[in-house]
Design a protein around this ligand. Structure first.
Ligand code: PLP
Length: 479
């Protein structure tokens, strides 16, 4: 194929027709893989590598759209995970809501960039409005603010950076942005649960604090920070000259969905003069549910909150936001460049969101949130959240009543950790075998024992599917 291909959208009728045709062929290719209920083709990893590595991804002459799509469909799409499958439940990795797939097409078509108003006039205003809405959902007041990020890891890094800068200014009279780290830096400590997300360590490394600045607090039998022990540990550290600058509550741990006690941690943060961050990457979905909202506590007690939309909210990757109770916490990212966000812009009413963000070029992900919220309303999301949390409660009841299984932690959100009785090898083998059959479960370790994990984010799962799941796992024990 050597003819010149059309490149970008224009008002020419042929170009519009071409794009219509390409989008519809792509969608057909996706839909053709949505057959049966398996989440995965089950292909062996070596075989998959062999097949994909022998493709020439940069031919001298392009194949053209139709032929390239055919190749992609046969060699790649066939072996992609069907995140929409009711047999896919290993991670906090969700299927995409239907309307959000359409919205991704809109986002990619315009390709707005959120760094400056002149690259995203309407979507900057949408992000500002969505952030205001989210702040009010969390219970934050007029001084709050926030920004969209690439995911929970970046949201957490943003919060911890803001906390570090604000703490150093307040407690040491030190401007980190200007002068770098203060002399006392090696004594700063961040306190978080022993089962918190590893972005705490990554953030502290990137901030020059190192992993050792992260103090892991022990958890109780519900996998929540043990507050009495936490107080003792922080008090001892302070007596030894360490400086607690931040406490992080996990609102939905990655494995168990367990939720730390925000009110108790707020008291500790106040006692020691630390910033309180809520990592609600997972649990924030419960904000939409009147029934389950109390399970995540009062997020407005935290000074900053991480919300992931690519988990319980079922929006396509990536989509996350960091919300802060006081807007100044995001000042740590403000910087002016003559070519991008001149200081006079803001005086004239143009908002350049780059001033709150680690990223420069940034996708218009807030539009997905705005669109799905418009399509479904709060009640539509409530239905989704009530279904998935209800499913986890149901699965736990089935496990409790079944002599072949153990389930050590009552679920708070939509994750259930369990194991077949019979030991680690039995459970590992069961997971591998189910994966080859297209049913994908997670695996983790609790108190030294290998556990299976069902992360139930898919609202299409019903109680019958859950009963069938246990039968399939049970069957593996004998096999
Ligand atoms: C998923 C998760 C993160 C990381 O979020 P990404 O969007 O994957 O970067 C952080 N904290 C918790 C508790 C999570 O579950």
């Amino acid at each position: 194929m050597s003819q010149r291909l059309e490149t970008v959208i224009s008002d020419k009728a042929e170009v519009k027709d071409l794009l219509r045709s390409e989008v519809s062929q792509a969608l057909e290719a996706v839909l053709s893989t949505a057959q049966g209920s398996a989440a995965f083709s089950g292909i062996d990893p070596i075989e998959l590598r062999r097949r994909i590595s022998c493709l020439d991804f940069l031919p001298e002459e392009g194949l053209g759209f139709t032929e390239a799509l055919r190749l992609l469909k046969d060699e790649v799409l066939e072996h992609m995970l069907r995140t929409w499958s009711t047999q896919y439940m290993p991670h906090l990795h969700s299927p995409s809501l239907l309307e959000s797939i359409a919205c991704e097409l809109i986002i990619a078509s315009y390709n707005d960039s959120m760094d400056s108003w002149d690259q995203s006039p309407a979507t900057t205003e949408v992000e500002l409005a969505v952030v205001r809405q989210l702040c009010s959902l969390v219970g934050y007041g007029a001084h709050s603010d926030g920004v969209f990020t690439s995911g929970g890891s970046q949201s957490n890094l943003s919060a911890i950076t803001g906390a570090r800068d604000a703490w150093c200014r307040r407690k040491l009279g030190w401007d980190v942005k200007k002068h770098g780290n203060p002399r006392e830096y090696s004594r700063l400590r961040l306190y978080t649960s022993a089962i918190s997300h590893f972005s705490m360590e990554k953030s502290c490394h990137l901030l020059g604090l190192g992993y050792e600045a992260v103090v892991k607090l022990p958890v109780d039998d519900m996998c929540r920070i043990d507050l009495d022990k936490a107080d003792g540990i922080i008090a001892r550290d302070v007596a030894e000259g360490r400086l607690p600058f931040c406490i992080v509550a996990t609102i939905g741990t990655t494995d168990y969905g367990s939720v730390d006690d925000l009110a108790g941690l707020r008291k500790l943060a106040d006692k020691y003069g630390a910033h309180l961050h809520a990592d609600a990457a997972y649990g924030s979905g419960a904000l939409m549910s009147r029934r389950y909202r109390e399970r995540i506590g009062d997020l407005s007690l935290a000074d900053s909150v991480t919300v992931d939309f690519h988990k319980m909210f079922l929006l396509p990757i990536s989509c996350s936001a960091i919300l802060v109770k006081d807007a100044f916490l995001l000042d740590c990212f403000s910087l002016h460049a003559d070519y991008l966000n001149r200081e006079e812009d803001e005086e004239e009413g143009y908002v350049n969101l780059v001033g709150k963000s680690i990223q420069t070029t940034r996708r218009a992900d807030a539009l997905k949130v705005a669109f799905s919220f418009l399509v479904r309303g709060r009640k539509g999301f409530e239905e989704i959240i009530d279904t998935v949390i209800g499913n986890a409660d149901h699965l736990y009841r089935l496990l409790e009543a079944d002599d072949d299984f153990i389930a050590p932690v009552r679920p708070t959100l939509s994750s259930v950790v369990f194991a077949l009785k019979g030991g680690d090898e039995v459970n590992k083998a069961a997971r591998r075998r189910l994966m080859a059959e297209g049913l994908v479960l997670g695996q983790t370790v609790k108190d030294g024992r290998v556990m299976l994990k069902a992360t139930l984010l898919n609202p299409a799962l019903g109680e019958d599917d859950l009963a069938a799941l246990l039968e399939r796992v049970r069957f593996c024990r004998g096999a």
